[in-house]
Design a protein around this ligand. Structure first.
Ligand code: MLT
Length: 203
């Protein structure tokens, strides 16, 4: 997969896997990763699907309606890429924390939904429920931060509540931060994610 790796200064810090929104690039969330933990290594990945020239991590049939078959295949591809990248760059495969926005949050959520211990933890900005009616792996203790907007027209509040419920039922340790904004990523939720990260990940 098209990507970059930036070595951090703290070898005990997680590797931050950054996953962009529709139409983004592998570097979009680099400033956010650096705000959250400037000492961590960063692995930025570009979605391999093109929707009218806009990069995405999986196909959708229409806005908010996912191509499930493609989602499953792309999630597997990303999972295998992470295994390979950990070997190539010599970072700890068991200590990856995803930071995803929108479509990137959805593929990160899909890793959690399909693979046990794929991620050490996850920061999901404006995610949706990646798939319904499946049994999730045991996510006991996996810390997950969700940033949500009360007025988000793409990720409706009910969607966020459903995602929180499904992850919690799989025993993930979920915190939802609500603000009154829409789908955009706000400085405030990045600040809240950093506070959460320091409490749950960096410790
Ligand atoms: C998706 O397709 O993953 C969501 O609708 C968010 C987005 O627009 O990327």
């Amino acid at each position: 997969m098209e990507h970059f790796f930036q070595q951090g200064t703290d070898s005990n810090a997680p590797t931050l896997l950054i996953l962009h929104g529709t139409g983004g690039t592998e570097r979009d969330l680099l400033p956010v990763a650096e705000m959250i933990d400037s000492t961590a290594s960063v692995l930025g990945v570009r979605g391999a699907v093109s929707e009218n020239g806009m990069a995405r991590f999986f196909r959708r049939l229409s806005e908010g309606v996912f191509d499930e078959e493609d989602l499953i295949a792309r999630t597997k591809e990303l999972q295998e890429f992470l295994d390979q990248a950990a070997q190539n760059y010599g970072f700890n495969r068991d200590n990856i924390v995803a930071i995803g926005y929108s479509n990137g949050a959805n593929i990160a959520g899909s890793l959690l939904f399909h693979y046990k211990a794929s991620l050490y933890g996850a920061i999901l900005f404006h995610p949706m429920v990646p798939r319904r009616n499946i049994t999730l792996p045991d996510l006991t203790g996996t810390p997950v931060f969700i940033g949500a907007g009360e007025n988000d027209p793409l990720c409706l509040p009910q969607e966020t509540m459903d995602l929180e419920k499904l992850l919690s039922e799989a025993h993930a340790d979920v915190l939802v931060h609500w603000d009154q904004l829409g789908h955009q990523l706000s400085q405030k939720e990045v600040n809240e994610a950093k506070i959460w990260y320091n409490a749950h990940i960096k410790k």
